[in-house]
Design a protein around this ligand. Structure first.
Ligand code: 3YP
Ligand code: ZN
Length: 419
């Protein structure tokens, strides 16, 4: 019998990241209109609401978070850094930052970040005590970029690192594995455990996305920790099949060899197909299958102890469907419905386009001087949709095993809501 623990607290939604303009600071004077910061409460609020609306809340064991103490935080972070976040958090008008200009510290965020780290501690403790098998912490702020002495990439305290150290120091666990499939490199976690062979870190991410020059395959740990950091940088657009391949070829064999006592998961949903901050094209079905594989590894290796911390995931519409996978009754994938998918083109288009041989005079006039290039002879090639050349590509993209059924979330909610 599997029991899944769940940590959530309204205060997580009160972490106030203010306004910005995408990755730019808002600057009305310069014509840069303020918008909600991308790391705002909405996506995570909707995850919680979907869990509730689907009736999953009753299946989960609610674990109450508490605030991590300074002593627990300083197993990972320097005293100076913890104090810095406290000071920034005391600024009354907001505007605080953890270090890189990308990591807002709202008023009171010190306590909220401690509640996030403490939530992870409580989940890990419940798993080791046998109250739960695995668990999911729906926390803000995120943590995986935060190093010992610097916040970055929206992260204040590295909650997963704090929980890993707590498991070793207080709960008697020897080896902890951290799997990080957030679309961005888990550089903070890697740096914190870089020279430590008792913590294996594995990060799957979009190559060179964030931090910009970080997470390459040659980063494998240092000193005694050499070989205990693994990186799988994947090109933009990698998608379902590439991630599943990496899981089977790298993550699962490494976990089997390392034989952890606990697996922690930096569960970022920003590798999802609709995410604004990465291009990894994963679907709810991808997350479900990857989660299933990790649950299997944890069952095999460490009494099922798999504890996930929510990291990125910025599509308020899609993130909740990706996050639903962490349920004890994760059902088989729903049947894929290609007709639901805006991306899947029918095998034969109903109205094949005419060959692209219109004379250039038929195109709309463009008065921009930059567009007045010497006219090229019209292309003779048939339009790709007219020939059979791309049938293989179309079949490839319709293949549910590759596509992951990304548009199926209407079927998905049906499966959850009605059993
Ligand atoms: C931080 C600033 C630019 C990209 C952004 C990434 C944050 C994130 O989701 N990290 O996992
Ligand atoms: Zn991310």
């Amino acid at each position: 019998m599997t029991t899944t623990g769940y940590v959530f607290h309204p205060e997580y939604l009160w972490h106030d990241t203010g306004t910005s303009a995408g990755l730019l600071p808002a600057n009305p004077t310069a014509g840069v209109q303020p918008a909600m910061h991308v790391e705002n409460p909405e996506a995570k609020r909707r995850v919680h609401e979907l869990i509730h609306a689907c009736g999953l809340l009753g299946e989960l064991m609610i674990i109450e978070p508490r605030r991590a103490t300074v002593a627990e935080l300083t197993r990972v972070h320097t005293e100076t850094y913890v104090q810095h976040i406290k000071t920034q958090s005391e600024l009354r008008r907001g505007g605080g930052d953890a270090g890189d200009g990308f990591s807002p510290v709202g008023h009171g965020s010190y306590d909220i970040a401690r509640l996030a780290a403490g939530g992870l501690i409580e989940l890990v403790t419940a798993a080791v005590h046998g109250d739960i098998t695995n668990g999911y912490a729906l926390v803000r702020p995120p943590g995986h970029h935060a190093t010992a002495d610097a916040g970055m990439g929206f992260c204040l305290f590295n909650s997963i690192a704090v929980a890993a150290r707590h498991a070793q120091a207080e709960l008697g666990l020897a080896r902890v594995a951290v799997v990080d499939w957030d679309a961005h490199h888990g550089n903070g976690t890697q740096a914190i455990f870089d020279d430590d062979p008792s913590v294996l870190t594995i990060s799957l991410h979009q190559a060179g996305c964030f931090p910009p020059d970080s997470g390459w395959t040659h980063e494998n740990g240092t000193g005694d920790g050499t070989g205990y950091a693994l990186n799988v940088p994947l090109p933009p657009g990698s998608g379902h099949a590439a991630y599943l391949h990496a899981m089977h070829q790298v993550v699962l064999p490494a976990l089997d060899r390392f034989a952890p006592d606990l697996i922690l998961l930096a569960n970022g949903f920003d590798a999802g197909v609709f995410d604004p901050l990465a291009r990894q094209m994963l679907t709810a079905a991808s997350y479900r299958e990857m989660t299933r594989l990790l649950v299997g590894a944890a069952d095999r290796l460490c009494h099922g102890r798999l504890i996930a911390a929510h990291e990125g995931g910025y599509s308020p519409f899609y993130t909740p469907y990706c996050a639903l996978t962490f349920s004890k009754n994760s059902p088989a994938p729903p049947p894929t419905s290609p007709t639901l998918s805006p991306l899947s083109s029918p095998a034969t288009p109903p109205n094949p386009s005419p060959p692209n041989n219109k004379p250039s005079s038929a195109r709309p006039r463009n008065s921009c001087p930059a567009s007045r290039r010497p006219s090229r002879p019209p292309e003779k090639r048939p339009h790709p949709r007219d020939d059979r050349e791309h049938e293989g590509c179309r079949r490839h993209h319709r293949d549910p095993a590759r596509r992951g059924g990304w548009a199926d979330y209407s079927a998905f909610i049906h499966v959850y809501a009605r059993g």
